[in-house]
Design a protein around this ligand. Sequence first.
Ligand code: FES
Length: 108
Amino acid sequence: MADQFVTVAKAADVPVGAARVVEVRGQRLALCNVNGTIYVIDDTCTHDDGPLGEGAIDGFAIECPRHGARFDVRTGAVLRMPAAYPIRSYPTRIVNGDVQINLPAGVS
Ligand code: FES
């Protein structure tokens, strides 16, 4: 199956400076609103499966509430240990107030 954009939430449901978690096709995603731009990453921390969507947002970073690893919400890159591996980030767009992400082929 080719990549495709799917609606995952209403943009208005993701307050500025906060994260919201949704489940799409069995995948838990964290929607992060930084100054009005929504970025979408996997909710599950690569260190020990912590719930990133429950973490605090600081600039473009989100901090895992379990052991304090930080990730860049724009790219999924690790900004601070103890995580060693990036999380997945998703191409995101807003269409008529809906948050849509491009799910890679193979995510079902
Ligand atoms: S589970 Fe996220 S830092 Fe350990």
